[in-house]
Write a protein that binds this ligand. Sequence first.
Ligand code: S3P
Length: 174
Amino acid sequence: MAGDARHVFLVGFMGAGKSTVGKMLAEKLGRPFVDLDARIEAAAGARVREVFEKIGESGFRRLERDALESLESQEPAVVACGGGIVTVDENRSTLRRLGVVVYLQVTSGEALARIGDVASRPLLAGPSGTLAATSLLAAREGLYRSVADVTVDTSGRTAVQVAEQAASLIGDLA
Ligand code: S3P
């Protein structure tokens, strides 16, 4: 295992900009970029929506947990995590153990506006996406905060601005 691996994990709600900001941050820090949902899709041979359909959210969370744990043996990267990663207690411990955690904060309204078509987000794809987003975010806010080393408010800011602030707050933590 790469015991010194200090990944930079981006957490936050769907639509917070984790993947967009993550790619920019990886470039700034000269590290590889990892999209955890893409890893899960590669392992499952199916899109996230199909994974939810076939094995439900609990099955998806098992694959997510495996994908997160597999990073322990990999070179330090910038990792965009799925929005629900913090809902599993062990994941919060793993995030803190393997790296620096950056919380990208967003309101549910702005998140929905950024996502646009929620078809690829099974947890928001029901008849009341707005209600689902508001209550899910309220339930998770404390979890994001509890795991974060640094927090960046993304409201009304561009991905470039968010990546710049994240890089300066991370400093030499990672
Ligand atoms: C989820 C967020 C999604 C994806 C899955 C579940 C969640 O990732 O992992 O649909 O529980 O918030 P993004 O945050 O990248 O959209």
